[in-house]
Design a protein around this ligand. Sequence first.
Ligand code: SAM
Length: 256
Amino acid sequence: MSAVSRETQPPDGALTPPAPLSTPETARGVFASDRLALVERYAELLATEGVVRGLIGPREAPRLWDRHLLNSAVLAELVTEGATVCDIGTGAGLPGVVLAIARPDLTITLVEPLLRRTTFLSEVVNELGLAGVDVVRGRAEDLHGSVTYDVVTSRAVAPLTRLLGWSMPLVSPHGSLVAMKGQSVIEEITEAQHLLHSWRCGVPEVLELGTGVVDPPTTVVRVAWADPTQVDWPLASVARRRTSRRVRRGGESRGA
Ligand SMILES: C[S@@+](CC[C@H](N)C(=O)[O-])C[C@H]1O[C@@H](n2cnc3c(N)ncnc32)[C@H](O)[C@@H]1O
């Protein structure tokens, strides 16, 4: 029996109900009072349905607020009023659903290839009544050449070398990629130097967000275009050609 199943199943085999999640005081400074009930309900859905459906590990349930919800919510400080946001590889909705709850002024597209995750996301969006949120089942590359956004977010999706190719074709001329990263951020930037240059990106910024709200603060890398006047669709078609070559070679599968 694994450590996880020992934790979640008592000797008689009955499932242990998740401990009730208590809302930290810091959450009240991050979410407006009329949005707090929504994020509390989302936390509850993640800790129950999210765990049962294998979208989030059982060990994460007790630390949802610090490590997932508040950590994602602090991204809001980088997003301007009324912006369009695309969260690629959103999984169970991190950070996209949290941003949608914190910032009802935003228009948010949640992109995720796996069906059981998009099913959960659609249920969450409907239940919470999140206007202005679309759930798209697909890979980020599927949207290349058809739409761009002010901000393209991601968390735990891929190293920067791969994220650039997935995200930058979705970034509008004055927009940016905002990826949540861990301690490897500087190393990832170093490894991506040649790609940053060939994608004609500006110098990446490493930012620490949420000091005093989350400990440790959330580290993000933000990448904008070097010259917004030079951003054109050939960049997207290069990415499309690479994608279709991969698909012709058998590509990656889209499981449920
Ligand atoms: C480790 S999970 C992270 C999920 C979520 N962002 C989080 O922090 O909990 C990575 C997610 O990226 C998705 N993914 C992988 N490749 C992708 C692509 N090319 N476009 C969009 N999503 C992708 C996977 O299906 C998976 O849900």
